[in-house]
Design a protein around this ligand. Sequence first.
Ligand SMILES: NC(=O)C1=CN([C@@H]2O[C@H](COP(=O)(O)OP(=O)(O)OC[C@H]3O[C@@H](n4cnc5c(N)ncnc54)[C@H](O)[C@@H]3O)[C@@H](O)[C@H]2O)C=CC1
Ligand SMILES: O=C(O)/C=C/C=C(\O)C(=O)O
Length: 476
Amino acid sequence: MSGEYLDNFDPAEGEVYDIIPDSDEIDVALAADAAENAFPAWSAASIEERSKILMKVASLIQRDLGEFARAECVDNGKPLALARNIDIPRAIKNFEFFASAIVNFSSESHSTGGVVNYTLRNPIGIVGAISPWNLPLYLFTWKIAPALAAGNCVVAKPSEITPMTACMLSEICIEAGLPRGVLNIVHGLGPKVGKAISSHPKIKAITFTGGTKTGAEIASIAAPMFKKMSLELGGKNPNIIFADCVPNERFGHKGNYEEMLETTVRSSFQNQGEICLCGSRIFVEKKMYDKFKTDFVERVKTLKVGDPLESATNQGAIVSKQHMEKILYYIELAKEEGGKILCGGNRVTLEGRCKNGWVIEPTVIEALPYNCRTNMEEIFGPVVTLTPFETEEEVLMMANSTEYGLASIIWTENITRAHRVASKIQTGIVWINCWMERDLRTPFGGMKNSGVGREGGLEALRFFTEPKNVCLKIKE
Ligand SMILES: NC(=O)C1=CN([C@@H]2O[C@H](COP(=O)(O)OP(=O)(O)OC[C@H]3O[C@@H](n4cnc5c(N)ncnc54)[C@H](O)[C@@H]3O)[C@@H](O)[C@H]2O)C=CC1
Ligand SMILES: O=C(O)/C=C/C=C(\O)C(=O)O
């Protein structure tokens, strides 16, 4: 409606390559009206019908996987291989999973002494979905698919920094036969479009993934309106490495040191460290600290930083100039706080088309106090810190010392210790001897300032439905 447009940048070139609508609250109101009109028919459609359309959406994304992956790579700066092998397949999986989950979803019923209670699970109505730029289509569809499967209509805003695959998704949805008004994608800025979604009276629930500060702003608007909210926010995740994952030749037992090393490189730097689940604080038991440090830094130095479109690239561009500057600021802060840079620490100037790209070297820092700002605040980039520890008690204290509580990683061959630490760690997700193993049935989300509520599996379908209990007394 505003007739205004925003520049959309290719982070690898540091140049504008497209424009997107700079929508406003009038567009959000129109979207909410369209959703309201579409709701009676969509919510009354059989679950098989809804499921079939969502399966069709999945198959059409699969058909266009190559174009989606390229668009995600150019828009976000992530390596093409990552978009092709992780992001877009997961978006497909999100639709397939919830198309199938809704068919198998059932509600509770309880009976005692001639009284039967059963719970109806009705769609809420219009749901607002606001998603970030780090895993654009992956997280956009993680919200939209369960909301639609449960019979809601959706007003959704992708990040203005990475709008491209959401735009392509809207065309796919039309082709798949999703009725008009069921999914309404509004492009534009957070403080305009996002805020209008959070405050629109017809929008009864908000699902949001993004920064903790933004989550608090959304909650301050939505909570007094008694909207349901699911907030997936930031993280400062501990990756705890106990010495007993070193091979123990004496027992002919290889341990999982190699796997730990390889996975720790991924959990530190995948997607340029721009995943809220990355293990940015690495705690290593003192007796193997030096060995780990040498091996880890050696591996990190082999990561190929380059043009995201090239197949050999492991590390692409940082999503925006502003975000690159934030990360560089934190690297400087780390130095001021006494940190020693073991590798990286600088912006990279690439050759050719990426010569002005926003690229930062994978950076490893040691010798920082566990409670300094670098170790407490979310950097959300290719920066990790190494901290030695002596006892389980000490590492738990340091791991739990931030205001965040999203995810944690524990490496040990001692099963008792693994479960003991998992039970004491203050995070919503704990990975033992792995990272980013995702089973979409599991509850996903954080505690403390990392969020409110859980998504995934039945949790998502429960969130996107309104329970109504009916109590019936059977007459004798
Ligand atoms: N998944 C995560 O955990 C993410 C965490 N972050 C963290 O947040 C920091 C800031 O990054 P940003 O790009 O600013 O993320 P953000 O939290 O501002 O952006 C996420 C989404 O929220 C929207 N938004 C922004 N302001 C809004 C408002 N007032 N009301 C409603 N919606 C709004 C944005 O347009 C975007 O769609 C990052 O440096 C990182 O630390 C950022 C993105 C994802
Ligand atoms: O659901 C997943 O597998 C990953 C989710 C990641 C985020 O929410 C994030 O990085 O923001």
